[in-house]
Design a protein. Structure first.
Length: 252
């Protein structure tokens, strides 16, 4: 059942310990919220899983494989995709082009076949068809040929989701997906993510400061403070934990 296993991960930046022997697991099909005050180490953990940072100690397994043995550009091939706290779209490219990039690792073209365009037409047609399906699923077809720049913030968030979905992820990591959204957009996003999880058999790891959203949609919540795990359990269990209350609200 376990898809992702994080075991005793430690990350140091000079004398600063960003993550301190952090361990948790996520089961296949689970929605896990990773929360904590600013500077708790949440995005650092995301960067370890996606291969951006190499930890000083510990291990990460994904679907039975040693994730740390793979370079960052192999993560998508394994089924690990992420969105970013600060939007990472190409503003000069159209929406559909941005989405198509999400499946570039599945391309079969190489240095020999690409210049000669051997087999590229069929591959490009299939890629475009998949991109249209993702845009349709996220109600983005009206923006397909619009440059990504200048679109509403909530729309650009959906474009990032579509770009991830086209790659057929097993694990989708979402870094602050509700930031900058209105209350109604946050509720819509929570419903959408649950639907996508069920429809695509996804496992979701969610970093989010919008606590109402996290508690409403997560199966499990892991709470960090100063790089250490201070609580793990269901949303109800975590909300009652004195250490969590102290970390967020302060306490004697």
């Amino acid at each position: 059942m376990t898809l992702l296993g994080v075991d005793d991960i430690t990350v140091r930046f000079g004398g600063v310990i960003a993550l301190d022997e952090l361990s948790f697991t996520i089961d296949r099909g689970e929605i896990c919220g990773l929360i904590g005050p600013n500077g708790a180490g949440k995005t650092t953990m995301f960067n370890v899983i996606s291969g951006v940072y190499t930890p000083n100690a510990g291990s990460v397994t994904f679907d039975g494989e040693n994730l740390l043995a793979h370079p960052p550009h192999h993560m998508c091939r394994l089924g690990v995709y992420r969105t970013f706290q600060n939007l990472a779209l190409w503003p000069g490219m159209t929406v559909i082009e941005n989405v198509m990039v999400g499946r570039h690792t599945a391309a079969k073209a190489n240095l020999l076949t690409a210049p000669l365009r051997i087999g590229l037409k069929r591959e490009e047609d299939e890629l475009e068809e998949r991109a249209w399906a993702a845009l349709d699923e996220l109600e983005l077809t009206a923006y397909a040929f619009h440059p990504a720049a200048g679109l509403p913030y909530g729309t650009m968030k959906r474009i990032e989701l579509a770009r991830a979905l086209i790659g057929e992820p097993k694990l989708l990591m979402l870094d602050e997906p509700a930031s900058g959204l209105t209350h109604s957009e946050v509720d819509e996003l929570a419903d959408l993510l649950r639907e996508l999880r069920d429809r695509h058999e996804l496992t979701l790891l969610l970093v989010e400061h919008h606590m109402a959203m996290v508690m409403a949609m997560s199966d499990k919540v892991v709470v960090l403070d100063f790089g250490q795990k201070i609580a793990e359990g269901t949303p109800a269990e975590v909300q009652r934990d004195d250490r969590v209350i102290s970390a967020y609200l302060g306490g004697s």
